[in-house]
Write a protein that binds this ligand. Sequence first.
Ligand code: DGT
Ligand code: CA
Ligand code: CA
Length: 482
Amino acid sequence: MPVHNADISAIFEEIADLLEIEAANPFRIRAYRKAARILNELPQDIRILLKQNFSLTQLPGVGDDLAAKIVEIVESGSCGLLRRLHKELPPVITELLHIPGLGPKRVKALYHHLDVHTLEQLHRAAQDGLIRKIPGFGEKTELNILKAVESHASQARRFKLATTTQYANALIAYLKEIPGVLQVTAAGSLRRMRETVGDIDILVTATEHAPVMHGFTTYDEVTQVLSVGKTRATVVLKCKIQVDLRVMPETSYGAALHYLTGSKAHNIAIRRIAQKLGLKVNEYGVFKAATRIAGETEDSVYGAVGLPYIPPELREDRGEIEAAMVGKLPNLVQITDLRGDLHVHTKASDGSDSIQDMVEAAKSLGLEYMAITEHSRHLVMVHGLDANGLLRQCDEIDQINSTLSGMTLLKGIEVDILEDGSLDLPDTILKRLDLVVGAVHSKFNLSRAKQTERILRAMERPHFTILAHPTGRLLENRPPMM
Ligand code: DGT
Ligand code: CA
Ligand code: CA
């Protein structure tokens, strides 16, 4: 079975978690985390790079050992180290790690102190008030764990957009090769670019149905075929993502794409407008009595109900239809609108490249400015910069700036907001920078009032410019600060 960058990344991430639970060397753990991130963000497919005899050790943070592991995973689909760790630790560990708010440290403590082996046992331990007795856990953490386990059990799993896109693109490329296939397009929440996706929806137009259905259900990453009919089928991929496929005639492409893109709320609102005009909208087209008046393109569907084209990213029935009616749809930000980047790390903290490499990348993107904002020292785990390191970097930036034309490098920092709202570097240092990005990286669980006060106090510091990742959430992993 083909292995995607996201698969290797997930394996390395899990290895890092399990090594952390085993209290392995922090440098080793960090190496796996970093490689996981690099692989996830790598624009090229690892399989293709390997076929081109690309040396993996050229990737930042990838040495001989990790390169060998990547090859092992690409060739065998799994990794001996991960299998060994799975044998050493009970399976519940992996499950516990998927509970938002539970990182390796906490999972390890729960496992060791309570001998918890299932989610049910964890739930019972929380209910019985046993968790609050573990050192480092309190009543509040116990309550959070209880809530997290309960909502985890009731929630269908969702997948991050960036990961899902990799699997969807590979499948779309495969479907396009099937004889008779005309168009293949992602629809649903994936096309609307929601931050997480419940399942992948794909629309295919084709001269014949049967070869598409056969090709789809025999795709080599399919582990289960849940249903298959003449025009629709549902499968599960080995990455556990479900895929709905719909095959439609080419003449209905626009109407079908509109229908399958959703959101459901947006579609309902559009149909209501159509009804008022005496029209009927479905996945085959827009109809006036028995006559089809639109449906080949999405433009024609919107046009038939008197609206301009509404971009998929806006289709949530959150006011976009009202805006479209009065010609006030917003212009969405395009990648070409991007003029600069005010949050960039380099090797000096937990980034992967030198300042010079980042400058080259920024130039090739046509950026006019870029601020270097390393992590400050408080974040020991990511090798933050201390005051001296930062001053040295300022000199380096001055030097590089003197060689640049058409682009300006700015001096910045991503300074840690400490628990009391003070910043991790003194004002005397911060005032020498062009901008100060402040961020919370610890103590996410303070009370609402304390957290607000902490952040407001930080923002009132004289040199504070930008609050980074204000909610502190990690999608599907850490809930936002409350
Ligand atoms: P997801 O998968 O939970 O991230 O969200 P969606 O929006 O992709 O939802 P999904 O996969 O259930 O359905 C895909 C699209 O199909 C949805 O956005 C609109 C359309 N659709 C689904 N169910 C209905 C329905 O009952 N009525 C209408 N009009 N459209 C529906
Ligand atoms: Ca979907
Ligand atoms: Ca679906």
